[in-house]
Design a protein. Structure first.
Length: 366
């Protein structure tokens, strides 16, 4: 295998592929990157058994072939090479020479025949979204996935397509995040639970443009396909929690409030209880036309006022401030609707107009 390409091009491909390198592996071959040189391109592949990334870079291929190079080590070598063109020349039997300007390094390589075979993806069942829409939908829900692996079904986001509408849903037992969008040309209903880790890597690769990304769904895997990159992940098995009955349909108190003002007030009040393991909550009190947010600990206390419009009973509700901060940071709207019924019932955040998102947060007992 012999190919050459610009250092920046090679680094960009390595940066994408490296996202699926395992931190630890019982099989040394999966700590490597599979390089396949053919035609006028090189395909880079990495996998950790649950996540696979394959990306293409343009290159001048003098001799077709493939080889596996230790991923993180090779990445570091290329990062330290001089700027300009870099040539990769060799095979797994004799090693690989990495040459750039006045620098040359010889490294060992692994047999590509030992590299794991990739999942075969059926391309008949798919949906398409603009990249910026998909990124926004993931960012506005993924933070509500569970970290605790004891309930694997909650460590991913549900993608649910029905009647030309797509819902992305995440919940962890204390909060729920739902983002909705219109979707075209999908005739069948689709349900799939995609792991949060895979979604996180997808958001790092897709752009803020309206270029299309195609998502293929099958029984055990899904694949996000961009122009030069494919991301394949195992789906989380099992049935997602029936979330629709959780969402209250009638709420007695509804106010419209500035998202930024509310976010900044909660964030400041959070400072007083951030290190407190026992009373790590803030208190909301609705008084006439203002929301009063307070917190108290051995460190000190905080008092914040945020004006609102609408009607609300004069009651006190306790909340984990992190849940509100993570929610409000991922909303773009200037104003939001904040609705609740009692101090012990769920609070719901929605847009002032439309229904593109919904957040449900459970209160804490005061």
């Amino acid at each position: 295998m012999i190919f050459s390409c610009d250092k920046a091009t090679l680094l960009n491909g390595l940066n994408i592929a490296a996202k699926a390198l395992p931190s630890k592996s019982v099989n040394p071959i999966t700590e490597g990157i599979l390089f396949k040189a053919q035609g006028n391109e090189v395909i880079l592949t990495t996998t950790d058994s649950s996540l696979t990334i394959q990306t293409k870079i343009a290159a001048e291929v003098k001799e077709e072939g493939q080889v596996v190079l230790t991923g993180k080590f090779f990445f570091e070598i290329i990062r330290k090479m001089p700027e300009g063109m870099i040539e990769i020349n060799g095979n797994h039997r004799n090693g690989v020479a990495v040459t750039g300007n006045y620098s040359k390094m010889n490294i060992s390589a692994l047999d590509p025949e030992e590299y794991p075979s990739l999942p075969v993806i059926d391309k008949e069942r798919f949906f398409t979204l603009p990249q910026n829409t998909l990124r926004q939908m993931i960012n506005q829900t993924m933070f509500a996935t569970a970290v605790d692996e004891s309930r694997p079904i909650l460590t991913g986001c549900l993608f649910e397509i029905e009647n030309q509408s797509i819902n992305v849903v995440a919940l962890d037992g204390y909060r729920l995040a739902l983002r909705n969008s219109y979707i075209e040309d999908v005739e069948e209903n689709i349900k799939a639970i995609i792991p949060a880790r895979a979604l996180s890597e997808i958001t790092k690769i897709i752009t803020d443009t309206d270029d299309a990304v195609r998502i293929y769904i099958q029984k055990s895997y899904c694949m996000a396909e961009l122009e030069e990159t494919k991301i394949i992940t195992r789906l989380i098995e099992g049935e997602f929690i029936k979330y629709k009955p959780i969402i209250p349909t009638e709420l007695e108190n509804k106010v419209v409030i500035s998202r930024v003002d509310m976010l900044e007030a909660i964030d400041r009040a959070w400072l007083m209880v951030r290190e407190n393991t026992r009373n790590n909550y803030v208190v909301f009190k609705f008084s006439e036309s203002k929301l009063i947010i307070t917190s108290r600990s051995d460190t000190g206390n905080a008092y914040e006022e945020v004006p609102y419009s609408g009607k609300a009973q004069s009651i006190e509700i306790g909340f984990n401030p992190r849940y509100f901060v993570e929610c409000l940071k991922n909303i773009d709207d200037e104003f939001i609707t904040f609705a609740f019924t009692t101090p012990s019932s769920p609070t719901v955040i929605t847009p002032v107009e439309g229904n593109k998102y919904l957040y449900l947060i459970l209160p804490v007992r005061l």
